[in-house]
Design a protein around this ligand. Structure first.
Ligand code: BV8
Length: 233
């Protein structure tokens, strides 16, 4: 029998137990920074060094952390299910935990992109991307990240994933950023939908909705057990 397909929408909360700050929790990432200055094209134009430093600090932090039980529980689901992870996170902890299909809606921290030709994308070795680092066509490299006010190119692919889900899991996201948060609206009422978060985000009630008020490390293990009991003969 074909394996059931699980689609996951993850946010900063799934990396919290690895020690990476979320955006909107107390002492979150945006504290101490003005989003408009470090995560918008205008901020980049105004002060590229401030922006490069903001992402260098996050890359340095991300190099020193490891995947947590939540990332590992999602990777382990691949032994019994087809799993696609649509993440808003720019860290690579899902991949490092072993997840083989990860769509980064908002880009990737360890990649840079040409400011002249957006098709030129490079891996960043180490943690630094600095002013003067140029693409092969000689233009300044920028973080390969989707800033506020920029298009989300992977959205179409993400919509295709969620519309083909047999099971949908939302973990570690406040569902405040669009169009990512709108993905839940593409999931039909017949699809069992799990929301895992210690502080439940606002979700319009729907059929087959299961709220798991717990951190990702515990909640994802609990849901994984439930799914195996429910869907594996
Ligand atoms: C676009 C990359 C248009 C950078 C990010 C007014 C109303 C509505 C929308 C808008 C508006 N004004 C502007 C907009 C659009 C805007 C938007 O949605 N703004 C919001 C803030 C209102 N969106 C955009 O600009 C998008 N683009 O719309 O383009 C367009 C169209 C055509 C042509 C041109 C343009 C682009 C949005 C992408 C922005 N980039 N990140 C970077 O990372 O530095 S968004 C950023 O927020 C991150 O990606 C992050 O992932 C994302 C969402 O945050 P969360 O992941 O949810 O994190 P948060 O801290 O909020 O929540 C953490 C959750 O975890 C909490 O629920 C917490 O309880 C939970 N948690 C805590 N601990 C744990 C836990 N869960 C589990 N376990 C734990 N231990």
């Amino acid at each position: 029998m074909a394996r059931k397909k699980i689609v996951v929408l993850s946010g900063a909360g799934v990396s919290a137990e690895s020690g990476i700050a979320t955006f909107r929790d107390a002492n979150g990432l945006w504290e101490g920074y003005d989003v408009m200055e470090v995560a918008t094209p205008e901020g980049w134009r105004k002060d590229p060094e401030l922006v490069l430093d903001f992402y260098n600090q996050r890359r340095k932090k991300a190099l020193g952390v490891i995947p947590n039980d939540g990332h590992k529980a999602l990777a382990a689901l691949e032994s019994d299910f087809e799993v696609s992870i649509v993440t808003q996170n720019i860290d690579n902890l899902h991949e490092r935990a072993g997840s083989s299909r990860v769509i980064h809606l908002h880009g990737e921290l360890f990649k840079s992109r040409s400011t002249l030709d957006s098709g030129l994308i490079y891996d960043i070795e180490g943690w630094e991307l600095n002013l003067g680092d140029k693409c092969e066509k000689g233009s300044q490299l920028r973080p390969h990240v989707v800033w506020f006010g920029e298009m989300v190119p992977a959205m179409e692919m993400a919509v295709r994933e969620v519309t083909s889900a047999d099971i949908f899991i939302v973990v570690g996201t406040s569902l405040q950023v669009y169009p990512a948060a709108g993905l839940i609206d593409y999931v039909s009422g017949e699809v069992p939908t799990y929301i895992i978060d210690p502080k439940m985000p606002p979700v319009v009630h729907r059929d087959n909705l299961f709220l798991v008020e717990a951190p990702g490390g515990i909640g994802l293990k609990q849901v994984a057990t439930e799914l195996r009991n429910k869907f594996l003969d």
